[in-house]
Design a binder for this molecule. Structure first.
Ligand code: EPZ
Length: 434
């Protein structure tokens, strides 16, 4: 049985209206689950999105002996009273790039960790040299045997050190920061990624006894301590800025009025800036963004844009594909420069088959000419964010579209079809007999 989404397009009409709520952030909660390995007692995590990646992470923690329970709506507890297993299961980690963040806490707590090269979205090579280099600097020995990394801390304990990361890696930063929590002495990590989810995690760990300074700046300092203790404190997952941005682009494309609730607009300033410059009218609240009377402005009136993806606070690579769908509907030529991943323009071919006028010059550069009309068709979503972009394209197209591989979309967006239906999208989840 293969699940698909069937969408009847609105043919470019701006008819959607209502309220759409943003859930907890996938790229914050996965790291919070991994951090529970640093604790001697039970950790409660709230505002957990019900997405496939969370289910995979829960499965992973359980394979290592973690007691993971759903204790309420969107609320889980995790406890590693005993030392966890040191092996990260191959078949689960192949589906979940974020499994890599488990390596830091496991190596720091157990003095060893064994894992395959992580899987996840095929948006480029996705090396892990920054992790391996960081662990070596912390005094660990790294072997690679039959497709598996075997890493051993010298005398079973990591030693604090100074690490300069040649690339700003989000999970690399978070993994080495967490490794430093249980290392002996001080670890200084330079040229770290500045994503807000990292500071949010550091603040929580500090409230439980960690000694992390500088999260949110380009240098993080961690003084090693013993195992942390939550002592009844809980981790409250922050809103998903990529989900909020995806809905904002949806609203710009085809909503009359739309209220996006439970978001933090300051975490998507780069997107808001681009859409505002293009001509979208928005009312920005403390935890909401409102699009009003948008049907008065045909998409072709919006201005084209030059989008360069960049580490935070620049334009997020995770919103590049959805933004390109928007740019296919505005007048003029837009230029896309995808600086983070070399495989993140692969979706363009599918959009061209729907009617988009996109030229991909090399793995990092493309131009988009608009406006173009889209016709519905069958598509395969290759990754989470391209899958969302195909959803947007199907919603604005003439006629029906079918999207396969909805598992990819479910990895990052909870019950997306229900939330879209609530604001007027004609979408349903269906089963295709194999
Ligand atoms: C995180 O991936 C996110 N995933 C990604 O979201 C996001 O696209 C990415 O950050 C960039 O913002 C999670 O947080 C779970 P990186 P991550 O390491 O950490 C290179 C989604 O759709 N690099 O910051 O894997 C890498 O090749 C996903 O939610 C090395 O060279 O990304 C890339 O060019 C997709 N060596 C750049 O750094 C390394 O050891 C940034 O990658 C690691 C990374």
């Amino acid at each position: 049985m293969r699940e698909i989404f069937r969408i009847k397009g609105s043919g470019g009409k701006k008819s959607l209206s209502g309220v759409i709520e943003v859930n907890g952030a996938k790229n914050a909660v996965l790291q919070a689950f991994a951090s529970t390995i640093l604790f001697k007692d039970k950790v409660v995590i709230k505002n957990v999105p019900e997405i496939e990646d969370v289910k995979r992470m829960v499965d992973l923690l359980r394979t290592m002996g973690g007691e993971v329970e759903k204790v309420g709506n969107r609320t889980y507890s995790v406890c590693f009273k005993k030392k966890p297993g040191s092996e990260i299961s191959e078949d689960i980690s192949k589906k979940l790039r974020a499994s890599i963040v488990l390596t830091g806490p496991l190596l720091a707590r157990n003095g060893e960790v064994f894992f395959p090269h992580p899987g996840g979205c095929v948006i480029g090579a996705r090396p892990i040299d920054l992790f391996v280099d960081g662990f070596s600097k912390l005094g660990a020995k790294v072997n690679f045997n039959k497709g598996k990394y075997e890493i051993f801390a010298d005398n079973g304990k990591l030693r604090g050190s100074e690490i300069f990361m040649k690339n700003q890696s989000v999970t690399g930063t978070q993994t080495l920061m967490m490794a430093g929590v249980l290392a002996k002495g001080k670890t200084v990590i330079k040229n770290v990624a500045l994503e807000p989810e990292t500071k949010h995690l550091a603040d929580f760990l500090n409230s439980c006894g960690a000694k992390i300074k500088g999260a949110g700046t380009s240098t993080i300092e961690v003084v090693g301590t013993g195992l942390l203790s939550a002592n009844g404190k809980f981790y409250n997952t922050p809103p998903d800025r990529i989900e909020a941005g995806s809905f904002l682009i949806l609203g710009a494309l085809c909503a009359k009025n739309l209220l996006i609730k439970n978001c933090d607009p300051t975490w998507i300033e780069s997107l808001i800036n681009e859409l505002s410059a293009s001509g979208l009218k928005m009312k920005i609240g403390k935890s909401s963004i409102k699009i009003i009377d948008n049907d008065r402005i045909p998409n072709k009136i919006f201005k084209s844009a030059n989008i360069k993806t960049h580490e935070y606070p620049g334009f997020p690579t995770d919103l590049q594909a959805p933004m390109v769908v928007f740019l296919t509907q505005v007048s003029g030529e837009s230029f896309i420069f995808e600086t983070i991943f070399e495989g993140r323009l692969n979706y363009a071919e599918e959009l061209k088959r729907m009617g988009a006028d996109i030229r991909v010059w090399d793995p990092h550069r493309a131009t988009v000419k608009g406006p173009t009309c889209f016709r519905g068709r069958e598509m395969e979503s290759p990754d989470i964010r391209a899958g969302l972009a195909f959803l947007l394209a199907a919603i604005i197209a003439e006629g029906e579209s079918i999207i396969h591989n909805v598992y990819y979309i479910d990895r990052g967006y909870e019950k997306i079809e229900e939330r879209l239906r609530d604001i007027g999208v004609d979408i349903k989840r269906d089963n295709l007999k194999d």
